[in-house]
Design a protein around this ligand. Structure first.
Ligand SMILES: Cc1cc2nc3c(=O)[nH]c(=O)nc-3n(C[C@H](O)[C@H](O)[C@H](O)COP(=O)(O)OP(=O)(O)OC[C@H]3O[C@@H](n4cnc5c(N)ncnc54)[C@H](O)[C@@H]3O)c2cc1C
Length: 312
């Protein structure tokens, strides 16, 4: 599929001046998403410092360029036509995590950059005895993406957050904002890039916390189709029910469209079983949603974010 970049020569020069070798034009996004699908970003910026991100946000605001913050790509379906404008991939100083673990204090605190890996963060938190961290075990995202999604299971990321620092085109330097947390989403402004998150955990027994984390990881590995590319649960659970139960009861398990398949192991997962296109996955999502509505009158709501161009 031909790229239709909206980045002209002047913007290209400005981005190169701000990012040097850390900007790639017409950059394939499939390798940055867990579904392993998706067309190219007009520009993929590897922003390694708050200064670089601030500068590129200023450029985007000045020329009215659309932009998107990419985390670990574990909850995203990027269209086969790719994404217009600038896609930010945070790294460098955004990957740092600092722990404050004073013996005798009832709480353990952390300051985590947005691109820090959540699984690595959980592992370290468990070693320090952070109570509740096992609820986030096995969620494969970044700290920033998990904050935006309010990821979790029986407990959610937002429960542990004390402060969130963001950067926006209007206020490009990191600044604190207040965020409200809901089931798998937040009210974080769409034009806010999470830069850093401060978290607080009740101190518990490290051995017990590690044991629970390990048990939860084992349970997850046995019940989720982790051998295939996916982006986790496709739909949010409706009030008082499970999306997976409804999808299975509607007879959708094993349905296929091109290389996409409704997992036989966990019906609320769609997997890339081979050479799926984003369009196959999106079509399968729509078919499942329609069938569940026909059978049970329930409108399933997407948990995953569909972004970019699907209809070229
Ligand atoms: C096998 C598997 C199991 C999963 N299990 C769970 C689970 O148990 N519970 C759960 O809640 N989720 C689960 N997920 C989904 C996913 O891991 C979480 O939603 C994760 O927190 C998303 O983080 P990410 O960095 O990958 O975000 P991405 O997928 O990259 O992005 C998701 C959204 O966050 C935004 N975003 C990313 N980074 C930033 C930033 N720095 N600032 C502002 N916005 C940002 C993006 O723009 C996008 O809108 C699972 C996924 C997989 C593949």
């Amino acid at each position: 599929m031909a790229s239709r970049s909206i980045i002209g020569a002047a913007e290209r020069t400005a981005l190169e001046a701000a990012c040097g070798e850390h900007v790639t034009f017409d950059a394939p996004l499939a390798e940055h998403t867990w579904y392993r699908v998706g067309g190219p970003a007009d520009a993929l910026v590897g922003a390694g410092s708050t200064a670089v991100l601030a500068e590129v946000l200023r450029i985007c605001a000045r020329v009215d360029m659309p932009w998107f913050a990419l985390g670990s790509g574990t909850n995203l379906l990027v269209g086969d036509g790719g994404m217009r404008g600038v896609v930010f991939h945070l790294r460098g100083e955004y990957g740092a995590v600092h722990w404050s673990d004073e013996p005798g204090e009832p709480f353990v605190r952390a300051e985590a950059g947005a691109s820090a890996s959540l699984p690595a963060f959980c592992g370290q938190a468990a070693r320090l005895g952070c109570m509740g961290i096992a609820s986030l075990a096995g969620i494969p995202g970044s700290v920033g993406g998990t904050l935006r999604m309010n990821g979790g299971t029986d407990r959610e990321f937002g429960e542990f957050v004390e402060e969130v620092l963001v950067q926006t085109p209007q206020h490009p330097e990191p600044h604190a904002v207040s965020v409200q947390y809901f089931y798998r989403h937040t009210n974080l402004a769409r034009d806010a890039v999470v830069a850093k998150v401060r978290l607080r955990f009740e101190r518990g027994d490290p051995q017990a916390v590690r044991g629970e984390l390990k048990a939860r990881l084992q349970r997850r590995n046995a019940t989720q189709p982790i051998r295939y590319p996916s982006a986790g649960s496709v739909f949010r659970n409706p009030q008082g029910d499970k999306a997976g139960r409804l999808i299975e009861a509607a007879g959708c398990k094993g349905w296929r469209c091109g290389g996409a398949e409704v997992s036989a192991l966990h019906a609320n997962f769609i997997v890339n079983a081979g050479d799926a296109k984003a369009a196959d996955i999106a079509t399968l999502m729509a078919r499942v949603r329609r069938r569940v509505h026909e059978r049970f009158g329930v409108d399933l709501v997407l948990e995953q974010h569909l972004v970019g161009v699907f209809d070229e």
